[in-house]
Design a protein around this ligand. Structure first.
Ligand SMILES: Cc1cc2nc3c(=O)[nH]c(=O)nc-3n(C[C@H](O)[C@H](O)[C@H](O)COP(=O)(O)O)c2cc1C
Length: 237
């Protein structure tokens, strides 16, 4: 008796899934989590081995831990170096073996908005409306329209860097009241300009980022997904 006969009402994890030009060999995803293994901001052999073991173990898709997309988005001592091409060859040494082992590999991109840590970013927290984080009493800085454009540009630049490093797509983090979730949420986004108010305005930033990533990275078949609190949406670049 095979597994399906033993558990007839259980969805199978094993059929392959064709997704935007990639074939996931099963439905098992190793989700992004901050392992803090960066050494001087660079991924090294320990991090590579950590991901490779999961690929050898059979995971179909691996989402490498988040890369801050901007200097104000640095959250942990172990974060990878943001906004720097220095990371590219180091990540390439990690993505190639994972791909060779049969997994699809993405990188998560993040900005934590008002919930950042100025002790590590050495910058004020950037947020939609300048409200304090519920984690601390540091307060935050309400981003100007020029700073919003800077955030869009740095998300796109980070995605291009991922592609050069051999990642097959990116997951833009929008869960857990991240910067994007802060824009979506009416109590943290009280702006009255084109970035606040209606749902269309509150989702403008995430739409601009995803659309912006898809354009320059469209030359190869890749994945861009938006990681939401309860689900993940995938779509082509
Ligand atoms: C230490 C730790 C760090 C995490 N960091 C992230 C993160 O950076 N991004 C993210 O999307 N999820 C993060 N997560 C959430 C995990 O990806 C995952 O969704 C969560 O642990 C639930 O899955 P599990 O029940 O298999 O542990 C983290 C989880 C843990 C335990």
């Amino acid at each position: 008796m095979n597994r399906r006969q033993q558990l007839p009402n259980t969805p199978s994890f094993y059929p392959p899934l064709h997704l935007q030009g990639h074939t996931l060999r099963n439905r098992i995803v190793f989700g992004a989590h901050t392992a803090n293994m960066a050494k001087d901001g660079l991924p090294d052999a320990q991090f590579g081995a950590y991901l490779l073991e999961r690929a050898k173990g059979g995971a179909a898709m691996i989402v490498a831990e988040p890369m801050p997309v901007h200097r104000t988005g640095v959250l942990t001592r172990g974060n990878f170096r943001h906004s720097s091409d220095d990371v590219i060859p180091h990540f390439r040494a990690i993505t190639e073996p994972v791909r060779d082992a049969g997994a699809v590999i993405l990188q998560q991109l993040y900005h934590i908005g008002a919930h950042g840590d100025s002790d590590l970013s050495f910058a004020p927290h950037w947020s939609p409306s300048g409200h304090p984080s519920y984690h601390d009493s540091d307060g935050s800085h309400a981003v100007t329209e020029a700073e919003i454009e800077e955030l869009i540009a740095t998300h796109i630049a980070a995605a291009i860097r991922c592609q050069k490093a051999g990642f097959q797509g990116v997951e833009v983090w929008a869960a857990y009241h991240s910067l994007l979730d802060q824009f979506w949420t009416p109590w943290s986004n009280t702006r009255t300009d084109q970035w606040g108010g209606s749902v269309e305005n509150r989702t403008r930033l995430s739409r601009r980022i995803i659309q912006g990533i898809r354009k320059p990275v469209a030359m190869t078949s890749s994945l861009a997904s938006l990681y939401l609190p309860l689900t993940a949406m995938t779509s082509p670049f």
